[in-house]
Each structure stands twice: as C-alpha cells, then as structure tokens.
Design a protein around this ligand. Structure first.
Ligand code: PHE
Length: 449
C-alpha cells in the first residue's frame, strides 16, 4: 500500500509542531526562572545548537533512509547485526510514556481555557485553586484527559497526510500568531526591559552545575529528540528534501518560540511584581492572577494564551503517539485504526494512574520511593530514555552506518567542511556529553557536590 507522504512545508510544520510544545511555553520559562536567567539561557542555546542540531540531523537521516517505523529503520540500515540494532527502535515507546503525563497536563490547560473568564484575585487564591484542582478534582481531570485522548487518536487515525499534516497546517500558524500578538502587548509593558535583562544578562555567579544538567536535558525534550517522533515523521518525507536545512529550521523555530514565551511571561511577572522563580506553577498559578489585574483585556489574554498552549501541546502529542502506531502497523500488520486504538488506549489507561498520583486519595498508593508515579514517568523519560535514544542514534550513524552512505546524502546538502565538523561532533562530542549528563541525572556520578 502506498502511504501518503508529507509535503515539504507539511513536514517542516509537523516537525516544528512536535518540537514546539509544553516544553517551550510552560517548562522553559519556569526552569529559566529557577536556574537564574541569562547564563542558563546561554548554556541552553549552546547545547541546542551544538548537540541538539547534530543529533536531530542524525535522527532525521535514519528515518529518511530507513523509511519505516523506528525498529524497522534501524534494521534496514544496520550493515550487520540487524537483530541487535533493531532494539534501537525501543524509542518508539518512549513517546507513549511521555504521553501518560503530557496528556494530563494538556487536560489542565483545557480546564484553564474554560477558567479564563473567572480568574483568581490573588496569587495565593490562584495557588490554592490550582492545588485543589490537582489534588481533589478527579472528575474534571479525567474528563479532560479523556478529551485529549479522543482528539489525539482522531487525528492520528487519519494518518500522516490527512491527520497530522492538516492539524499542523492549521494549528501552527495560529499558535505563532497568538504568541506574537501577546508578545507585542508585553513589549509595551514597563516590565519588558527587566524581562529582557533577566533572560539575556550573563550572570555567571547564578549558574550552578545542576543548571547545566537541566539545560542539556531540556534541549533534548524541547526539540523532541531521542524518542523517534522526528525519525517516524522523516520516514514519510518526499525525495530530495534538504535534511540539514530542515533540522536547522526546526531548531530555530523551537528556540524562537521558547525565547518569545519566556520574554513575554517574565514581562508580565516583572510588571506585576512577581518573582520569576515560581516553578511548574508559573503558568497555572502566577499568570492567571496577573491576567486578572488587567480586567477584561486580561480575560481575553488568558483565553488566547491557554488556547495557544493547548495547540502547542496537541501538535506535540500526536507526534508522541505516531511512532508506536507506525510500529504496530509495520511490524504487526495492524491497520491504522487498530494500531491507533491499541497505542492510544495504552497511554490513556496508564495516564489515569499518573493523574491519580497527584490526588489526595491516591497519592500514597502511587508514590514509590522519592517520587510519585507522575514524576517517575517524567523523570524516566527525560533523564534516561531520551538521552539514551540520543546516544544510540549518534553511535549508530557515527560508527555503524557506512560513512559513504551518510556522506553521499549529507555532504551535498551541507558542504564538505560542515559535514566533517558535524560528523566529528556526532561521533566524539555529542554521545560523551549526553552520557555524562545522563549519568549525572541518574545519580551515578555527581557533578553537583
Ligand atoms: N518537544 C515537546 C515539547 O517541547 C515534547 C516532546 C518530546 C514531543 C519528545 C515529542 C517528543 O513540549
């Protein structure tokens, strides 16, 4: 059966749609706040342009040349030991694990869209509303988790062209417009210059080694690296696409949106005298209270902001599901409907447990050691599975695939010098840097203290 491929623009939008997600608008600003601003942003930018782009290009290449689900692509491209290398495709399932909490958070965002017109009067009220919602309101959270599940499967079941490409074609430009609009409003606030300073002033004394680890980990998460989303999308690329350019565009778009979101949120925070370090509650706690100060305009801003956040989340969520769906289709010969239902219900059901892990009634039962189930899912994927996927791909393209094959595709696209630099970074710098960070996050070695 001939599978419809992406158009070039469709691929760029879908890959950017995967990259631009909750990571950019929700997580990036709050970790920037927590880890001290400018110097953290600087480290993040270096990592993403050196290691991020390098491995992203490798991931695109594997998909583009392997032309199948992750497992089969590794198998197709390994010159020997195919039976071993196919396990590189484990990453197709990391997305399902991420979805178990990602879907729950998109559910919270949906809830906040509906709350845009009844904003809290103060930060403390906002905080207690958020905490009560998370810890006691199982019904609403479950309803929204279910809605997210239904939306995501109804897109993915329509396939790459009719579902994923179309979704991104509408949602991505809308999302960009909304964010740019709010950004221009933020530009007019007095808090903006403070926000700019906070994000770009290189205050090295605030930089901890922990911040470096977080910056590297986030670089992976934010460009959707190491879990086969970009690989699976790249398997549906038309011929003669410039992978090098595509990977650069994705990283530039992703970074631009993260910086835009950061500048905007901090401008609001400084304008209304809040502290930048508010943790994960930044978007759900501080922002609604601040919007409330702006009266009617604030309601509209809140509505638009949460809609754009939901759009960002949904375009990433479909990319988290697609790798496992494609795997079930290629390896088990399931049709797309069955494959989507199987993969979808897996994350949906496990997602119920991640959701319950934050609630009063179930948190005890769902806490294992130092973390609850929700945090374990987050931690296992970002600290372990994504970096591991990145290392595997870097080694695979750098050491296992024949250099001539890799070169014949990429050198014409990037020129000889860039190719040589890229190949060197891919072989010797990227895997070691990522390994180092991963071992640190897992506590095997310790850079911090
Ligand atoms: N990149 C997405 C974000 O920033 C999350 C994601 C990770 C999506 C991995 C797909 C794969 O929110």
């Amino acid at each position: 059966m001939k599978i419809a491929k992406f158009s070039r623009l469709g691929f760029i939008l879908a890959a950017s749609g995967s990259a631009v997600g909750l990571g950019n608008i929700w997580k990036f600003p709050y970790i920037t706040g927590e880890y001290g601003g400018g110097a953290f942003v600087f480290i993040y930018l270096i990592t993403i342009s050196l290691i991020g782009v390098t491995i992203l290009l490798a991931e695109m290449l594997i998909g583009y040349m392997g032309k199948a689900d992750c497992v089969t692509s590794f198998e197709n491209l390994a010159p020997k030991n195919k039976g071993v290398w196919k396990y590189g495709g484990f990453m197709a399932f990391s997305g399902l694990m991420i979805l178990t909490f990602y879907s729950v958070v998109i559910g919270w965002i949906f809830n906040y869209i509906f709350k845009s017109f009844s904003l809290p009067n103060s930060i403390s009220e906002s905080e207690s509303q958020f905490n009560t919602f998370l810890s006691t309101d199982i019904t609403t959270q479950l309803a929204f988790h279910t809605i997210v599940f239904l939306i995501v499967i109804s897109i993915v079941v329509r396939g790459i062209k009719g579902g994923i490409e179309k979704l991104n074609l509408y949602l991505m430009p809308t999302l960009a417009l909304i964010l740019i609009g709010i950004f221009f409003y933020a530009l007019s606030l007095d808090g903006f210059s403070q926000s700019f300073d906070f994000m770009f002033n290189l205050n090295w004394d605030k930089l901890s080694s922990q911040a470096i680890i977080i910056a590297v980990g986030h670089a992976f998460f934010t460009i959707s690296l190491g879990m086969g989303a970009i690989m699976t999308y790249s398997a549906s690329l038309p011929k003669n696409v410039n992978l090098f350019k595509s990977s650069l565009i994705v990283v530039v778009v992703d970074t631009a949106i993260a910086l835009l979101a950061g500048l905007t949120l901090f401008a609001f925070l400084f304008e209304f005298g809040s502290e930048p370090a508010k943790g994960p509650g930044l978007v759900f706690i501080s922002l609604p209270a601040i919007f409330n100060e702006l009266g009617g305009l604030g309601n509209i801003l809140a509505l638009l902001f949460f809609i754009s956040l939901a759009f960002a989340g949904l375009t990433s969520a479909v990319s988290l599901l697609e790798p496992s769906v494609q795997y079930f289709i290629d390896r088990f010969k399931l049709n797309r409907v069955k494959a989507t239902l199987l993969a979808g219900s897996t994350f949906y059901i496990i997602g119920i447990f991640t959701l319950l892990a934050n609630t009063e009634s179930f948190s005890k039962a769902l806490t294992f050691g130092s973390k609850n189930f929700f945090d374990w899912m987050d931690f296992t994927t970002s600290a372990f599975l994504l970096p591991l996927g990145g290392i595997v791909m870097a080694i695979f393209v750098g050491f296992i695939m024949q250099k001539d094959r890799v070169k014949s595709i990429l050198e014409p696209q990037m020129g000889r010098n860039s190719f040589n630099i890229w190949y060197f970074v891919l072989k010797y710098i990227a895997p070691l840097a990522v390994l180092f960070v991963m071992l640190n996050e897992l506590g095997v070695i310790s850079l911090t203290e």
